[in-house]
Design a protein around this ligand. Structure first.
Ligand SMILES: C[S@@+](CC[C@H](N)C(=O)[O-])C[C@H]1O[C@@H](n2cnc3c(N)ncnc32)[C@H](O)[C@@H]1O
Length: 386
């Protein structure tokens, strides 16, 4: 018995060493991976914006969490029914659950006290109260209502890159000119993308609306898209192209494309899409290996890997026909292009340098006519001249 205890002790010791070694590495990796989310400089406006985003994310996740909650309740009910065969692990889980409830109880009590002694609600307190309300909401609201609320509330803040005078102005543009004309399929795609941690990568709907007009103006039939993500701009393109139109869509990551694929299929435009899971440059080079592709495309949209934008341009300017259009996204880089480097977060400086370089080169490129518009994150429209 004593030797068994010793063995157990040494195993526990090994396990704790393993956890502390690998746990710290994992934690460091996680911090490294997420450091680009850090917002600098930290301002009250940014805190406000972040708390709003968190609120909307919570709202949108209600349907999923409601199901999970009821599953957990069922599981607990089952455990209680068969309590005679309860195992040690189950008791452990129940203890943890109890602890969690106790922590919530303490937090609520503390909150109540603070609310009683303070005339004004601080941001964190009001957010806490909202969180509690949401928890109640998630139990009473139906799935559809919750999704609809998340969709309605999250509109402007999802896409604003702060380029306009105010968030209200952006909201006004979206609600007056963009959303009323946005096809249902695109609304649905925005909704399925909304919960993705990188949802703000999706093309802004106002920029999308201009793209749609440009596609129509050049009667686009053959197009190229670099950077698909969940497919907002891709679906928009496929919906705008004629029946026999084709878009070559390139992205290194197929899994995000698959998030939007059911919506694309439902819209009946999957056949117009030739998706290539690859780095963009080799695909563009391969297209140029075939003489007939030179000047063979009407339109291109570039929204991936900013440091390669100029390399893409050198290829696209040959692939697009004279009179055709190339659109580059993110050319104002959140407004940072006109700010000193010290105000740009470290993680965004490389992209900023590439965008500054691109903007300068495009401005001097006589092969194209250009127009830079403060839509979305800034887009530059290039029309091939020769
Ligand atoms: C900003 S998102 C594209 C958003 C998309 N236009 C939309 O409307 O949702 C950028 C995408 O580019 C892809 N990407 C990044 N580097 C790439 C590369 N070198 N070649 C191809 N795709 C790349 C990423 O996987 C990501 O899905």
């Amino acid at each position: 018995m004593a030797s068994k205890l010793l063995q157990l002790k040494s195993k526990a010791c090994e396990a704790s060493k393993f956890v502390s070694k690998h746990g710290t590495t994992y934690y460091k990796q996680l911090l490294e991976k997420n450091k680009h989310y850090i917002q600098e400089p930290a301002t009250v406006e940014k805190c406000n914006e972040l708390s709003k985003q968190l609120l909307y994310t919570r709202l949108a996740s209600i349907p999923g969490r409601t199901e999970l909650f009821w599953k957990e309740v069922d599981h607990v009910k089952g455990l209680w029914k068969n309590r005679a065969d309860l195992k040690v692990e189950d008791a452990g889980i129940a203890a943890l659950f109890g602890l969690e409830c106790f922590a919530w109880y303490c937090a609520v009590k503390d909150q109540k006290l603070r609310l009683k002694h303070s005339g004004t609600l601080s941001l964190s307190r009001s957010f806490f109260v909202i969180s509690l309300l949401l928890s109640v909401l998630e139990c009473v609201l139906g799935k559809e209502t919750a999704i609809a609320m998340a969709k309605d509330e999250a509109k402007a803040s999802d896409f604003s890159k702060g380029l306009l005078q105010s968030e209200e102005l952006y909201k006004y543009i979206l609600e007056t000119s963009v959303y009323p004309r946005e096809p249902e399929a695109l609304k649905e795609l925005r909704s399925v993308t909304h919960n993705h941690p990188m949802a703000n990568m999706a093309t802004a709907p106002d920029a999308g609306q201009l793209m749609e007009m440009l596609l129509n103006l050049v009667n686009a039939r053959k197009t190229i898209e670099v950077g698909v993500f969940t497919g907002y701009s891709l679906l928009l393109t496929a919906l705008t192209l004629p029946e026999d139109g084709k878009v070559i869509a390139i992205d290194v990551n197929r899994s995000t494309y698959e998030i939007g694929l059911p919506v694309i299929k439902k819209a009946g435009v999957e056949d117009k899409i030739d998706f290539r899971e690859s780095e963009a440059l080799p695909v563009l080079d391969e297209l140029l290996n075939h003489k007939e592709n030179e000047g063979g495309f009407d339109f291109a949209f570039v929204d991936a890997d900013k440091v390669s934008y100029w390399n893409y341009h050198e290829r696209l300017v040959r692939l697009i026909k004279v009179g055709g259009i190339i659109v580059y996204d993110n050319t104002l880089w959140g407004g940072s292009v006109a700010e000193p480097d010290s105000s740009t977060p470290e993680g965004k400086r490389e992209g900023k340098k590439a965008i500054l370089d691109l903007n300068k080169k495009l401005s001097a490129d006589k092969r194209v006519q250009i127009s830079q518009a403060a839509l979305g994150d800034g887009i530059t429209i290039c029309r091939r001249l020769c």
